[in-house]
Design a protein around this ligand. Structure first.
Ligand SMILES: Cc1cc2nc3c(=O)[nH]c(=O)nc-3n(C[C@H](O)[C@H](O)[C@H](O)COP(=O)(O)OP(=O)(O)OC[C@H]3O[C@@H](n4cnc5c(N)ncnc54)[C@H](O)[C@@H]3O)c2cc1C
Ligand code: SF4
Length: 327
């Protein structure tokens, strides 16, 4: 297949970009690694493709005066991996970014594009007019669903959110800056992605004429330990079968605050409040790690072919907690 025809615009300012996005059928182009594949494969169409390429202000990683970090939406995944400011303050974020796709895709793909990328469900990417494309049926529910989700589908759509970076940003309580015709709004990253029960045709809270411009990470707190662990089907580039982002705040040997966020699990980065509850106020030892891992999968709702994800998640979460306990 070749790319269909569309107008291609490279605005010089954010304001101009937003004006262009206000016309129907417009799509944002950042690195293009996901967008162009979707257009080529007719997953959706575009009358106008609006490139963010000239918006230099979206290409920076900056320290905030409070000690946090701001990352522009056009910063490449490779730049996230290599940033000293990120490595020192949020090591799990640098690690998760290094787990994304291949070196070429990390060079070309941007942070904003990674957070806004479309799901990988093979029916959605194929010629099936499923619920997410405005049809009346989910083909995965009774079809080939080995790589689909075990949480959060609402019995409607079983995609898994594809980003490795998003669960870590949720664990670090990051916020997204969104700019549109009505100005700027800040959205906690935890609320940035949309469950099928809210709207089965949307992946994020963005309106068609809004742009994700940057991610703000709060200053890291003393005693925080973080990690990201990803399991994939192949050792080469691949999306997460199961993954876990952890941000654990320790005080006097106890877990004061816990964030446990799963990837490859649900249509959004999936916060396991059950695991967080088990860990909070406890010492990290063999009992608490096993209990937290068990709690995390208790409400799982596997489909015919993805039941293996339940013990997989249990094992990955427990192993990663034990690894933190030993450091
Ligand atoms: C073969 C392959 C393997 C991959 N493996 C992984 C993986 O293991 N882990 C992982 O996390 N990702 C993976 N990815 C996804 C990859 O990381 C994304 O394609 C990439 O990050 C998207 O960035 P981009 O800048 O190219 O986005 P684009 O393709 O330009 O855009 C992607 C989508 O986001 C929208 N968009 C882009 N920027 C913005 C913005 N600032 N505001 C609002 N909307 C925006 C676009 O309109 C489009 O719909 C893989 C991709 C491929 C093709
Ligand atoms: S899981 Fe979602 S995207 Fe996949 S076929 Fe079902 S409705 Fe479509």
């Amino acid at each position: 297949m070749i790319l269909p025809n569309f107008a291609y615009i490279r605005p010089r300012s954010l304001k101009e970009a937003i004006q262009h996005l206000s016309s129907e059928g417009s799509r944002i182009h950042a690195g293009g690694t996901d967008l162009l594949g979707c257009l080529r494969d007719d997953v959706f169409s575009a009358k106008k493709v609006v490139s963010l390429g000239h918006l230099r202000e979206l290409r920076e990683i900056r320290l905030t005066k409070e000690g946090g970090v701001q990352i522009g939406a056009l910063v490449s995944i490779t730049e996230v991996v290599n940033s000293k400011a990120i490595q020192e303050r949020y090591p799990a974020l640098a690690k998760a970014a290094a787990e994304v796709a291949s070196p070429q895709l990390r060079n070309q793909g941007t942070l904003g594009g990674n957070l806004c990328q479309k799901p990988r469900c093979w029916y959605y990417r194929g010629e099936f007019h499923c619920l997410r494309k405005g049809g009346d049926k989910c083909f995965a529910a009774k079809g080939e669903n080995a790589y689909h989700g075990i949480f959060g589908s609402g019995g409607i759509c079983y995609i898994v959110h594809p980003s490795d970076v998003a669960p870590v940003l949720v664990a670090f309580e990051a916020t997204a800056r969104v700019v549109g015709p009505k100005g700027t709004r800040w959205v906690p990253l935890e609320k940035f992605h949309v469950l099928p029960g809210e709207d089965p045709q949307k992946e994020t809270v963005l309106r068609p004429n809004e742009i994700l411009t940057e991610i703000l990470l709060p200053p890291p707190t003393k005693g925080i330990q973080s990690s990201y662990r990803k399991v994939r089907a192949r050792q080469s580039w691949d999306f997460a079968l199961a993954g876990v982002a952890l941000a654990l705040q320790f005080k006097e040997g106890l877990v004061e605050k816990a964030r446990v966020v799963l990837s490859g699990a649900a249509p959004v980065p999936w916060r396991s409040r059950e695991a967080e509850k088990v860990l909070t106020g406890k010492r990290l030892n063999a009992d608490t790690t096993a209990q937290a891992a068990e709690a995390a999968v208790k409400s799982a709702e596997p489909l015919d072919q993805n039941g293996y994800k339940v013990p997989l998640f249990r094992g990955v979460i427990e192993e990663e907690l034990i690894r933190i306990a030993k450091t």
